[in-house]
Design a protein. Structure first.
Length: 373
């Protein structure tokens, strides 16, 4: 029988960021991870710490994203110092390209709407014309159809696999454990604690955090919670390594520290399916070449897909299970961006049992139409 102060169900970026934050607060943490064949957003991540364009209709999500972005530099430095793993984190600002006049006008209206909703005096995103966009890229030539881009100085990028590795190492360094092959099959109250059962073991703890990605809804149902999340497929192309050309991350193209170019990504409502398709590859490649013509000669060496964890309004879901004190759920599709906030702020709220007071904007009750009527 496994015993801990906190059981975290899910060993991806969300679960491990929270587990790391709890371990930093002196709690004994067990992370119950699934198998290597599970759908893992962490393995297919684009690696962006991204602020621009997020939070339409939910100003609290705008503020939460900015708070995490602003905490990322210290978060990365601490994690690197503790583990010795370089995360390749760079906060250079980022661009979202617009191809054609219609796209530019739509993006400008979207950014202006977010500015008004957020009511921020120091709003961080602005529109650039074509010439300004090329200057921001150090003179790199854009395709003739590119009309401009939105630019946010808070945007950054990181290696998501190194981030996950560092978080797992940090958890273990602080006395916690990350246990693979521990798919949860049931859960129940066990006196003053919660019992979580896997195929091979029974674990007990006074606190449980459900951060199992697309499986969060299934696990949360054991505790009477309705968590409305769905998988959304995203495909990415990867090129051979080339000399450094892109000086900042962009949508839909970024260059990694190793020199490869990531080109993405699709937004496909196909259910739990991580098949890659030639049609998606053709569309992504054509748009990338239209934006940055130098990519015409780049050799694509790999294509992968993964599943985003999407709520109805795209924002995170954080909640405590009714009738199960100490049981929490945390899901989001921005696991990289929100890693700093999950470690530094959300983990503290879980430790102090203050989720319900501090995160009302992200409660799943916001999707209950019958209550809103």
């Amino acid at each position: 029988m496994g015993q801990a102060d906190v059981l975290v169900i899910g060993g991806g970026l969300v679960g491990c960021a929270i587990a790391y934050g709890l371990a930093r607060r002196g709690m004994r943490v067990l992370v119950l991870d699934g198998s290597d064949h599970d759908f893992r957003a962490s393995k297919a991540n684009f690696g962006l710490v991204w602020v621009q364009g997020k939070g339409k209709g939910l100003p609290a999500y705008q503020a939460w994203t900015r708070k995490s972005s602003d905490g990322w530099s210290d978060f990365a430095a601490e994690l690197e110092a503790l583990t010795g793993i370089g995360l390749c984190y760079e906060r250079t600002g980022g661009l979202t390209f617009c191809v054609g006049t219609e796209e530019y006008e739509m993006r400008a209206a979207e950014i202006d709407g977010l500015r008004q909703e957020g009511n921020a005096s120091d709003y961080d995103t602005r529109m650039l014309d074509r010439k300004e966009s090329e200057q921001m890229l150090g003179g790199l030539q854009l395709g003739p159809q590119v009309t401009g881009a939105s630019y946010c100085w808070r945007d950054a990028h990181v290696n998501p696999l190194l981030l996950l590795t560092a978080l797992q190492k940090a958890i273990e360094f602080l006395g916690g454990q990350v246990l693979a092959g521990q798919k949860v099959v049931s859960a129940e109250k066990a006196g003053s604690e919660i019992a979580v059962v896997t195929a091979s073991e029974r674990y007990h703890a006074p606190k449980v955090v459900i951060a199992a990605g697309v499986a969060s809804a299934e696990v949360a149902a054991y505790f009477g919670m309705n968590i409305p999340v769905r998988p959304q497929r995203g495909q990415i192309l990867v090129t051979e390594r080339i000399a450094p050309l892109l000086n900042m991350p962009t949508v839909p193209i970024r260059q990694t520290a190793e020199g490869t170019i990531l080109i993405g990504s699709t937004q496909e409502e196909v259910g739990p399916d991580i098949t890659t398709t030639a049609d998606a590859a053709a569309r992504m490649a054509a748009r990338a070449v239209a934006i940055l013509p130098f990519l015409r000669t780049a050799v694509v060496v790999r294509q992968w897909s993964g599943l985003r964890i999407m709520s109805p309004d795209v924002a995170p879901i954080y909640a405590q299970a009714p009738g199960f004190p100490g049981v929490y759920v945390a899901t989001c599709h921005s696991a990289v961006t929100l890693a700093a906030a999950h470690t530094n702020i959300l983990a503290e709220a879980i430790a102090n049992d203050s989720i319900e007071r501090n995160f009302t904007s992200f409660h799943p009750g916001r999707f209950d139409v019958s209550k809103a009527a």
